[in-house]
Design a protein around this ligand. Structure first.
Ligand SMILES: Nc1ncnc2c1ncn2[C@@H]1O[C@H](COP(=O)(O)OP(=O)(O)OP(=O)(O)O)[C@@H](O)[C@H]1O
Ligand SMILES: [Mg+2]
Length: 499
């Protein structure tokens, strides 16, 4: 047993310490004489390294800049940690620029955050070292110094988690930060500005504030899910497109009567993917060189939209810069498509192109050729499902209402566009009165045999449509690269003239 009597006395400790110090000094002076200076330094450092206690913790230093560029890990950590502040934090920085939608929170110098991931805990600390240097650009010898800050994060964790941090935790933070940035991103709508008479047309941009989302869009649920899945698959497949040697782009053809939500679907896609929209009005382009310039000026992660393609292929006569007619050059749809294909195969990533038309049957076959438009999406008249979604959006009614059954029976027999339904639902704030008026409208339409919209010379024959029972259900018009089916369907649709 250890007893207080066994304890060494203070005088014996002091004499042991003194003799140890004396021997170290002796060794040092011998070493100083015998061993050359550089080797001495090396031995000393190795000895210190060997006797230093091992720490079980690893600390990663994440600096703001790599010397040349910004450090992406730093930016991601800054964004991510702003969502991890806790009541323990005492000082935080807060800011908002005019372009930002929300307040930005950042850690103040020295603040710490503890995060957990996969059951492990990680300690973060924000370091901000200030330094003062003479201004290298100051040639007046005024000795004015510039203050600079070197910011970094320290990430500490048990060494055994090193692989997990490098392979999972940091990639997770990078991904989270990207999601946050996408959410914050203010989408742009680029349209043509034709007022640059001498330098040709240019893109002008405004903030895209179209509120349409997949939640607010009345569409057959299966069709909507198919579109969402297709978009998800597309954005995830960077490596796939590279492997198979295809340009990373996707084409959609939206067709259907006016007011069925084609433009709303484009806005919903842009809002979902956080892609900018480039609205290419072909009618405003008079020179091929302009078209080339405009296409080259479109950005990655964007949607190029050409609306009413059946109308815009009657392109204006090409003209020289001085206004003389240039009749030898005609931009045909297939020419335009080859142009876009060629351009996008050689540059640009994550591009979507969308054509819309009210008359698919009038389209140039070049557009329907295999591999051109990956998905054909038929936007059709309002179904009962579509009505229910609009009613819950516009009237905030519960999912069931006594009048719904009557509406279901009526709406399937007539052709009414979601735009018309939306307009009716907006007429009155009182849900009860609105639904009653809507039932009356449907009955009137049914009695009048007004089963379709008149939106051009091809007004379909209601009796014919009824006979073949061809109110094409939304969703049946969708094909994925299945052009054979699409073409057969187009022929059938031509026969049926469903819209
Ligand atoms: N499917 C839908 N779901 C929800 N709202 C819709 C839908 N379709 C149309 N609307 C409403 O009608 C308005 C007009 O629709 P939109 O411009 O999207 O139709 P469109 O099919 O593009 O017509 P057009 O062929 O004339 O360009 C939209 O702003 C929206 O309020
Ligand atoms: Mg439209």
């Amino acid at each position: 047993m250890f007893s207080p009597r066994d304890m060494p006395s203070p005088s014996s400790i002091f004499s042991a310490y003194a003799s140890m110090t004396a021997s170290i000094m002796l060794l040092r002076s011998m070493a100083n004489e015998l061993i050359p200076h550089p080797i001495r330094g090396y031995l000393f450092n190795t000895f210190r390294y060997l006797i230093r206690p091992r720490s079980p913790t690893l600390t990663l230093i994440i600096e703001e800049s790599t010397g040349i560029a910004r450090n992406q890990v730093y930016d991601a950590a800054e964004a991510y940690l702003s969502t991890r502040v806790s009541p323990e934090n005492e000082r935080l920085k807060i800011s908002k620029s005019p372009k930002e939608k929300k307040l930005t929170i950042r850690l103040e110098k020295g603040e710490k955050v503890v995060d957990s991931f996969n059951g492990a805990f990680f300690k973060w600390r924000f370091i901000c070292a200030e330094s003062e240097k003479n201004n290298p650009n100051d040639h007046t010898n005024s000795n004015i110094s510039v203050r600079s800050e070197k910011r970094s994060f320290e990430l500490s964790f048990p060494k055994k988690h090193k692989e997990m941090v490098l392979d999972c935790y940091l990639p997770f933070i990078l991904e989270k930060a990207k999601e946050m940035k996408d959410e914050e991103r203010v989408l742009k709508m680029h349209t043509l500005n034709t007022s640059y008479c001498f330098s040709g047309v240019k893109w002008d941009s405004i903030n895209l504030e179209h509120p349409s989302t997949f939640e607010t869009l009345a569409m057959e649920p299966d069709l909507k899910n198919a579109v969402i899945e297709d978009l998800d698959r597309f954005v995830k497949r960077r490596e796939f497109y590279k492997r198979v040697g295809r340009a990373w782009k996707r084409g959609y053809l939206l067709y259907g009567p006016p007011g069925t939500g084609k433009s709303s679907l484009i806005a919903a896609m842009a809002n979902y993917l956080k892609f900018d929209i480039f609205d290419l009005q072909l009618g405003n382009i008079v020179r091929d060189s302009d078209l080339r310039k405009l296409l080259l000026a479109t950005a990655n992660r964007s949607i190029l939209v050409i609306e009413d393609i059946d109308c815009s292929v009657d392109l204006p006569e090409r003209r020289h810069g001085d206004g003389r007619k240039q009749t030898d050059v005609q931009l045909t749809l297939s020419g335009l498509l080859n142009f876009i294909d060629g351009l996008w195969s050689s540059c640009g990533d994550e591009r979507i192109i969308i054509f819309t038309t009210n008359h698919k049957e009038r389209l140039d076959p070049a557009l329907l050729r295999p591999g051109r438009m990956d998905m054909h999406i038929h936007m059709s008249y309002c179904s009962y499902q579509g009505f229910k979604l609009l009613a819950s959006n516009y009237l905030e009614t519960p999912s069931e209402h006594p009048l719904f059954r009557e509406i279901e029976g009526l709406i399937e027999d007539i052709q009414i566009t979601p735009a018309q339904v939306a307009e009716e639902l907006m007429k009155n704030e009182d849900a009860e009165a609105t639904l009653e008026a809507f039932v009356k409208l449907l009955k009137r339409k049914k009695m009048e045999g007004d089963v379709c919209e008149n939106y051009g010379p091809e007004k379909p024959q209601p009796s014919k449509r009824r006979k073949v029972g061809c109110k094409q259900k939304p969703g049946v018009g969708i094909t994925k690269s299945n052009i054979g089916v699409t073409q057969r369907r187009t022929r059938r649709m031509r026969r049926e003239r469903s819209f």
